[in-house]
Design a protein around this ligand. Structure first.
Ligand SMILES: *[C@@H]1O[C@H](CO)[C@@H](O)[C@H](O)[C@H]1NC(C)=O
Ligand SMILES: *[C@@H]1O[C@H](CO)[C@@H](O)[C@H](O)[C@H]1NC(C)=O
Ligand SMILES: *[C@@H]1O[C@H](CO)[C@@H](O)[C@H](O)[C@H]1NC(C)=O
Ligand SMILES: *[C@@H]1O[C@H](CO)[C@@H](O)[C@H](O)[C@H]1NC(C)=O
Ligand SMILES: *[C@@H]1O[C@H](CO)[C@@H](O)[C@H](O)[C@H]1NC(C)=O
Length: 558
C-alpha cells in the first residue's frame, strides 16, 4: 500500500540514532580581516565586514575592511569598503540586494564616517565573486540618523526596518541613544519614528532582537523587556519582561531566535538564551570579566494565550554571553560561541584577566549545544556527541549556516586593534562545524524553480539514498540571516507542506501562504530525510521586485 504522508505535520521528529560520523570542527583558511559581521550572499560566498583597523588583508594601498569569503576554496578576496562598518547591521531586500546599515566614525584618514551609511551589494552571479562589490554613495544612500549598533529586519513589504543604535562615543552602555525606527527604502518621508520602548530599555538596548511575525507585526526584545510593534499603525504593545532580571541585548548580549514556523498555523514562538542578570545600573568599572553570565533560556508563544502564560524558563548547560543561535534545516537550534563569564566589549570592565588583557569576557564556551524545540520541557538542551573547539569566539565574532548545510565560524577580537599577543588575540582562522549529515550520502533536490511565488505548489525531483527512511521528510525554506553581536537578524525557517511520491523520485511542495509568513527575498530550500539534510537550493521568494512590494498570496485561516 502506498502512503502519501502529510509530512510536515511532524517537523521535529528527527531520527535520534547516533551517527558514527558525528559532528566535527574543521579549521580551514584565514579571513585576513576580522569577520565582525557575516552574511551568506550566494551559494558560494560569504560577505564579511570589519571595523576600520589594521587588518592584514590589503586593497588599494590600505587594509581591507570587507572581504568575500569563498566557501568552496576557503580563500578571502578583499573588497574596498570605504566607510566604517564598525558594529553595523544588514540584510537583504525583496529584490535580492544586500544592504549594510550604519557604523561608526572612522579612525583612519583612508576611511569615512559610516554612521549614516547604507551600502549596497547587488545580487552576485559569479561563483567566485568577480565583479561583485560594495556600492557606497554618501549623498544618495543615507540613513536619517546616526546609527552605531542598530538592528535591521526584512519586513512583509520587502523593505528593511532599522531599529535603534547610538550616535557615537559610548564605550559600554548606550549613553547616547538613537531611540527610533526608520526604513530602507524610506517611509514617512524619511522621518524616523520615536520608540518609547527603546527609551524604556536604556541603557542596555543595543542591537535589539527583532523578529517578523507571520501576521506582519514585529516582536522586539531589548534589555529585559519585550513588545509587539505594529508597523502599519506605528503602535507598541508592551509584553511581559524576561523573568529574573535577565538582560539580553548589548552590552549583555544574549542570543535570540524566532523558532521554526510550521503549517498550517505558523504559530510564532521566540527563544532567548544567555545574557546577564547584572542590574544595568552598575557602573562599568565595577563589573568584572569573571561575573558569571546567565544560564537562563526564556521562551514565549506569541498568541493571546501564549502571552497570557508569559515566558517559560529553561536552563542552558552552561552560562553564556555573546553566543549565537543558528536555525538548522531539521528545525533544531544550534547554540554556539561566546563566553561563560563577563560582558560584551573590551577594555572597559575592571579585573580583566591578566592573560586576556582587554577582553571584557573570559572562559570561552567551547562546546556547542543543540536545542530541540518540541522535546519535552527540561530535555530540550543537549551537547551529547558535540565536539569542543579550542578557538575562542568572543566579541566581534560571527557564525552562519552555509548553503552546503554546515556552520561557518569566524572572527573574534576583544581587543583594540589587531593584536596577536593576548590569549584572546585577533582571530583570523575560519572553522566549520560539520553536522553528521556532511559525511554521509545525502538527499539532493533538483528542478526547484528559481522564483517561488507565495502559496504556490511545485514539484521538484529528488534523489534519496537507499537506507534513508521516508516516514520523516522535512522541507525548510530558510533565510540564513545576518550575523553580528550574537544575533542573526532576519534569520528564519518556514517548513513547507510536502508530499513525496511513492517512488521517492519527486516531491510536491507548497510555498508559504503569503509575504508575512516569509518576508519576500532570497532564501534556500533544504530537504531533510530521516535526519539527513541536502545542500540548500537558492531561490527568490515572492516576485523579486524592488520594495515596497504589494501583499502576495493568501491570508492565513484565522
Ligand atoms: C581546505 O579547503 C580546501 C579547499 O576546499 C581543500 O582543498 C582542503 O583539502 C581543505 N583542507 C582541510 C584540512 O580540510
Ligand atoms: C526589568 O528591569 C527593570 C529595571 O531595568 C526592573 O525594574 C524590572 O523589575 C525588571 N523585570 C523583571 C521581571 O525582573
Ligand atoms: C544572577 O546570575 C548568577 C549566575 O547565573 C546567579 O548565581 C545569581 O543567583 C543570579 N542572581 C539573581 C538575583 O538572580
Ligand atoms: C600569531 O602568533 C602565532 C604564534 O604565536 C602565529 O602562529 C600566528 O601566525 C600569528 N598570527 C598572526 C596573524 O600574525
Ligand atoms: C533593489 O532596490 C534598491 C532600493 O531601491 C536598489 O537600490 C537596488 O538597485 C535594487 N536592486 C535590484 C537588483 O534591482
Amino acid at each position: 500500500m502506498f502512503s502519501l504522508l502529510h509530512l510536515a505535520l511532524f517537523p521535529f521528529l528527527v531520527s535520534t540514532a547516533p551517527s558514527p560520523q558525528g559532528w566535527h570542527f574543521v579549521q580551514n583558511g584565514t579571513t585576513g580581516i576580522i569577520a565582525l559581521e557575516a552574511i551568506i550572499v550566494s551559494p558560494t560566498l560569504a560577505l564579511l565586514f570589519d571595523r576600520v583597523q589594521n587588518d592584514p588583508l590589503q586593497i588599494n594601498g590600505h587594509p581591507a575592511w570587507g572581504a568575500l569569503w569563498n566557501l568552496d576554496t576557503n580563500i578571502a578576496t578583499p573588497l574596498d569598503v570605504v566607510s566604517d562598518t564598525f558594529c553595523a547591521s544588514g540584510g537583504f531586500l525583496s529584490n535580492g540586494t544586500m544592504v549594510s546599515i550604519g557604523g561608526n566614525v572612522a579612525e583612519s584618514p583612508d576611511a569615512t564616517d559610516g554612521r549614516m551609511m547604507l551600502r549596497l551589494f547587488e545580487p552576485c552571479i559569479d561563483a567566485s565573486g568577480a565583479g561583485c562589490t560594495v556600492i557606497e554613495d554618501a549623498q544618495s544612500l543615507r540613513l536619517a540618523a546616526n546609527r552605531w549598533y542598530p538592528s535591521s529586519l526584512r519586513i512583509f513589504d520587502g523593505s528593511l526596518m532599522i531599529v535603534g543604535g547610538m550616535h557615537e562615543l559610548a564605550s559600554f552602555y548606550n549613553t547616547d541613544p538613537e531611540n527610533s525606527i526608520e526604513f530602507f527604502p524610506k517611509k514617512d518621508n524619511g522621518i524616523p519614528r520615536p520608540s518609547p520602548f527603546l527609551e524604556r530599555t536604556l541603557p542596555a538596548n543595543l542591537f535589539p532582537r527583532v523578529f517578523a511575525l507571520p501576521d506582519g507585526k514585529v516582536f522586539m526584545v531589548a534589555n529585559n523587556q519585550s513588545m509587539i510593534y505594529d508597523i502599519e499603525t506605528d503602535t507598541e504593545t508592551p509584553l511581559p519582561d524576561i523573568p529574573n532580571g535577565v538582560r539580553v541585548t548589548n552590552p549583555f548580549d544574549g542570543t535570540a531566535t524566532l523558532l521554526p514556523l510550521s503549517p498550517p498555523h505558523f504559530t510564532p514562538e521566540v527563544l532567548v538564551c544567555g545574557g546577564s542578570n547584572s542590574s544595568g545600573t552598575i557602573p562599568v568599572e565595577e563589573l568584572t570579566s569573571q561575573d558569571v553570565a546567565s544560564d537562563q533560556c526564556s521562551r514565549i508563544t506569541l498568541t493571546p494565550e501564549g502571552i497570557k502564560r508569559g515566558w517559560i524558563v529553561e536552563k542552558l548547560l552552561e552560562p553564556r554571553i555573546m553566543s549565537e543561535m543558528i536555525l538548522m534545516p531539521d528545525g533544531r537550534v544550534l547554540i554556539i560561541s561566546g563566553a561563560q563569564t563577563g560582558y560584551s566589549g573590551y577594555g572597559s570592565v575592571k579585573d580583566r584577566s591578566l592573560l586576556a588583557e582587554q577582553s571584557n569576557s573570559d572562559h570561552p564556551a567551547f562546546t556547542p549545544t543543540i536545542y530541540t524545540p518540541n522535546a519535552p520541557l527540561g530535555s530540550r538542551l543537549s551537547n551529547q556527541g558535540m565536539p569542543s573547539t579550542d578557538i575562542a569566539r568572543l566579541y566581534h565574532s560571527s557564525v552562519s549556516l552555509t548553503p552546503s548545510g554546515n556552520i561557518f565560524i569566524a572572527g573574534s577580537n576583544p581587543n583594540k586593534g589587531i593584536v596577536n599577543s593576548t590569549i584572546f588575540h585577533s582571530e583570523f582562522r575560519v572553522e566549520y562545524l560539520n553536522p553528521p549529515y556532511m559525511s554521509v550520502a545525502r538527499p539532493t533536490l533538483h528542478n526547484v524553480p528559481t522564483t517561488l511565488p507565495f502559496n504556490h505548489p511545485f514539484t521538484a525531483t529528488v534523489e534519496i539514498p537507499a537506507g534513508l527512511r521516508t516516514e520523516n521528510v522535512q522541507v525548510a525554506l530558510m533565510d540564513l540571516g545576518f550575523s553580528s553581536h550574537g544575533f542573526h537578524s532576519s534569520s528564519r525557517l518556514v517548513f513547507m507542506n510536502a508530499i513525496l511520491a511513492p517512488n521517492r523520485e519527486s516531491i510536491t511542495i507548497i510555498s508559504p501562504p503569503n509575504n508575512r509568513v516569509f518576508p519576500p527575498g532570497p532564501a534556500y530550500v533544504f530537504l531533510t530525510v530521516d535526519g539527513v539534510t541536502s545542500t540548500g537550493v537558492h531561490v527568490m521568494v515572492g516576485d523579486g521586485k524592488t520594495p515596497p512590494v504589494k501583499n502576495q498570496g493568501i491570508q492565513l485561516p484565522l
